[in-house]
Design a protein. Structure first.
Lengths: 229, 360
C-alpha cells in the first residue's frame, strides 16, 4: 500500500527537474523523474502517479501525446509546464485531458499551490451534486440549486447557473473555451466565444467583489477559464 | 518545380546558349511541317519556346530567344524563304508580341521568386525568434525556481540572505520581462503580425492583465472604471493584455508606492478611449509622443529604470488594431497614456429571455 503521494515529473531540462524535485520532496511528496515521453509513459505505468507534472516540448515528442496515452488508463491530474507563446499547444494539451498549466518561468509557490489544488480535486467524491461550495461571501449549494451572497439569495439565469456549476465542479482546472461552449450551449456554439465571455462577465458581476479584478473566475487568456477558491 | 531552377544553377553564358538551342530545335521541329501547318501555328510554337525560355532561363535569355525566334521564323518560314526580306509588315507585330511575352513572363517569374525569398526569410526569422525565446526562458525559469526553492526549503536563513534571494528573483523577473519585450518588438516589427481578434469585454482583458502582474502591483491600488453597457471590442486579447501590462508596469514604476492607478474606458464616437493614469510626477517633458518611439526613455538613466521598448510595443499593438495612442500629463497631475480602439459592429448576442430562475 502506498503511503506518500507520488508525483511523476516529465521534463527534459535537468536544472528545472532539480529544483522542482527539491521543493516537492521538501513538501513530502515522492518524486519519480523522466525526461522523455516514452520513458514517462513507462514510469507512469510502473509507479501509478497521483499527479503528473509535464513539460510540453520533450526531445522525443510532444507532451500532448503523453496526455492522450495516459488518459486511456488514468484520471490522475496532469499539470502542464509550457512557454508563454504557445497558446495552441496549451489548448491541445487541455483538450487531450490535462488539468492545468503553468507558464515558464513560474513561481515555485504557485507551482505548489496548483499541485495541492489538483491533488485535493482528486480526493473529492465524484458526486458533486451533494457538494456545498463557498468562496468570499458566496455560498453555492448544488444539491438545492441555491446561490447565496452575504445572506441574500442571488438570482442566476439557467445558463449562468449551469456555467457556475460546471466551473465549481472543476475548480482548479482550466476549462477551454471550446469545452465550456460545448457543455453549456452545445456543439453548434463552439465558435461563439463571445457568448461565453458575456456570461462569465455576468457571473463576475453577480458574485465577485470587483468584476474587473476577479479573484475566483480567472481568465486564462486565449485559452479558457479557471475557477479558484 | 525543378525546371525553373536552371536559371540559377546554370552559368549565365550557358543559359543564353540553351535559349538559342531551344529556338533552333523548334525551327528544326517545324521545318518538316511546313506543308501541313499554317504559319500562324508555327509562330505559336515559337512563342511557346520563348515562353519556356522565359520561365526556365530568365529574362535576358528570353529576350535573346525572342529576337532569334523571329529571325529564324522570318528566314526559314516566311516567303521569300532564306532571306530577311518580308512581304508583309504584319510580321513586325509577331516580333513585338514575342518580345513582350518574353519580358512579361521573365518579369513575373522574378517577382514570384522575390516573394518566395521574402517568405523564406520571414519564416527563418520567426523560427529563430521562437527558438531564442525558448532558449532564454529555460535558464530564466531555472534562476527563478532556484531562488524560490532556496527560500522555501531554508526557512531559517538570516534576514540578509533572504533579502539577497528576493533581489535575485526580482532581477530575474525583470530580465524576463525585458527579454519578452524585445522578442515581442522583433516580432511586431517584422510587419506581418497575425491578429487573433475576437469580440470580448474590455473588462476581462483588463482583469487578466492585473491578475498576471500579480505581486508587481502589490504596492498600488488599481481602480477600474468601465461603464456596464460598454460594448464588446474586437481585439487580440493576448496582445491587448501586453499593452495593459506594460502600461500598468510603467504606471507603477513612475509613481509613489501606495498611490492609485486608474484605468478608465469610455465610448467616444466610433471609438473606445482607454486611459491609464497614475499619481506620479508625470512625463519629464512635453515631447511625449517621442516616448512612444522605440528605445526612447523619459528620463536619462533614471533611478526607476525600464526599457523604452514597453511603450513602443504598446504603440505597435494599438496601431495594428487600427487605433492610436498618445501620452500626456493631465492638468491635475500624474501621467496619462490614452489609446483609442475603433468600435466595430459587435455580433448580436441573444441573451436568455428574462426568465430568472426562481431560487427557493
Amino acid at each position: 500500500m502506498k503511503t506518500a503521494t507520488t508525483v511523476l515529473l516529465i521534463e527534459d531540462e535537468k536544472e528545472i527537474r532539480r529544483f522542482v524535485c527539491t521543493v516537492l520532496q521538501s513538501e513530502g511528496y515522492q518524486i519519480k523523474e523522466a525526461c522523455e515521453v516514452k520513458q514517462g509513459l513507462i514510469d507512469a505505468g510502473v509507479c501509478k502517479p497521483d499527479l503528473v507534472i509535464l513539460d510540453l516540448g520533450l526531445p522525443d515528442g510532444n507532451g500532448v501525446q503523453f496526455v492522450r496515452d495516459f488518459r486511456h488508463w488514468s484520471q490522475a491530474p496532469v499539470l502542464v509546464l509550457s512557454a508563454r507563446t504557445s497558446e495552441q499547444e496549451k489548448i491541445a494539451a487541455l483538450d487531450a485531458g490535462a488539468d492545468d498549466y503553468l507558464t515558464k518561468p513560474f513561481a515555485v509557490g504557485e507551482l505548489l499551490a496548483r499541485v495541492r489544488a489538483l491533488l485535493r480535486r482528486g480526493q473529492l467524491p465524484d458526486n458533486h451534486e451533494d457538494a456545498i461550495f463557498s468562496f468570499s461571501d458566496v455560498m453555492v449549494d448544488l444539491s438545492r440549486r441555491t446561490v447565496i451572497r452575504g445572506g441574500a439569495p442571488v438570482h442566476l439565469t439557467p445558463i449562468e447557473y449551469s456555467l457556475l456549476a460546471l466551473l465549481l465542479a472543476n475548480a482548479g482546472k482550466v476549462l477551454t473555451h471550446r469545452y465550456l461552449l460545448r457543455e453549456i450551449w452545445g456543439a453548434t456554439f463552439v465558435e461563439s466565444n463571445h457568448y461565453l465571455r458575456i456570461y462569465v462577465g455576468h457571473l463576475r458581476q453577480k458574485l465577485e467583489v470587483d468584476a474587473a479584478q476577479p479573484k475566483h473566475f480567472i481568465t486564462e487568456t486565449a485559452v479558457g477559464y479557471r475557477f479558484q477558491f | 518545380m525543378a525546371l525553373p531552377s536552371l536559371r540559377t544553377s546554370l552559368p549565365i553564358l550557358w543559359r543564353y546558349v540553351a535559349a538559342v538551342l531551344l529556338c533552333i530545335s523548334t525551327a528544326l521541329l517545324c521545318l518538316p511541317l511546313i506543308g501541313y501547318l499554317d504559319l500562324v501555328n508555327i509562330v505559336m510554337l515559337f512563342l511557346l519556346a520563348v515562353a519556356l525560355v522565359a520561365v526556365m532561363l530568365g529574362k535576358g535569355p528570353a529576350v535573346v530567344s525572342a529576337f532569334f525566334s523571329v529571325a529564324l521564323f522570318d528566314v526559314l518560314f516566311v516567303e521569300p524563304r532564306f532571306s530577311f526580306a518580308v512581304h508583309d509588315g504584319q510580321y513586325l507585330i509577331t516580333f513585338v508580341v514575342m518580345l513582350l511575352v518574353a519580358l512579361l513572363i521573365g518579369h513575373l517569374i522574378e517577382i514570384a521568386q522575390k516573394n518566395a525569398g521574402q517568405i523564406h526569410a520571414e519564416r527563418l526569422r520567426s523560427s529563430i525568434l521562437a527558438a531564442l525565446s525558448h532558449d532564454i526562458r529555460t535558464p530564466l525559469t531555472v534562476l527563478c525556481g532556484l531562488a524560490d526553492t532556496l527560500k522555501l526549503t531554508h526557512p531559517d536563513l538570516p534576514e540578509s540572505a533572504r533579502d539577497i534571494i528576493d533581489t535575485l528573483r526580482a532581477q530575474t523577473v525583470r530580465l524576463h520581462s525585458m527579454v519578452d519585450n524585445l522578442l515581442d518588438m522583433a516580432r511586431l516589427q517584422s510587419g506581418n503580425v497575425f491578429l487573433n481578434k475576437e469580440w470580448q469585454p474590455l473588462e476581462e482583458v483588463i482583469g487578466s492583465s492585473i491578475h498576471s502582474l500579480g505581486e508587481a502591483l502589490a504596492f498600488h491600488t488599481v481602480h477600474v472604471e468601465i461603464a456596464t453597457d460598454m460594448p464588446l471590442v474586437n481585439i487580440d486579447a493576448l496582445l491587448l493584455e501586453r499593452v495593459f501590462c506594460n502600461l500598468l508596469e510603467n504606471a507603477c514604476k513612475y509613481s509613489p508606492v501606495h498611490s492609485m492607478i486608474v484605468i478608465r474606458a469610455a465610448v467616444v464616437g466610433h471609438a473606445v478611449d482607454i486611459y491609464v493614469i497614475n499619481e506620479g510626477d508625470g512625463f519629464p517633458d512635453n515631447d511625449t509622443q517621442r516616448l512612444l518611439d522605440v528605445f526612447e526613455r523619459g528620463q536619462n538613466e533614471s533611478a526607476a529604470s525600464g526599457f523604452g521598448v514597453g511603450l513602443a510595443i504598446c504603440r505597435s499593438i494599438v496601431e495594428a488594431h487600427g487605433g492610436s495612442i498618445r501620452a500626456y500629463n493631465p492638468d491635475w497631475g500624474g501621467a496619462c497614456v490614452m489609446f483609442a480602439l475603433p468600435l466595430g459592429v459587435p455580433p448580436v448576442v441573444e441573451l436568455e429571455e428574462n426568465t430568472e430562475r426562481p431560487l427557493s
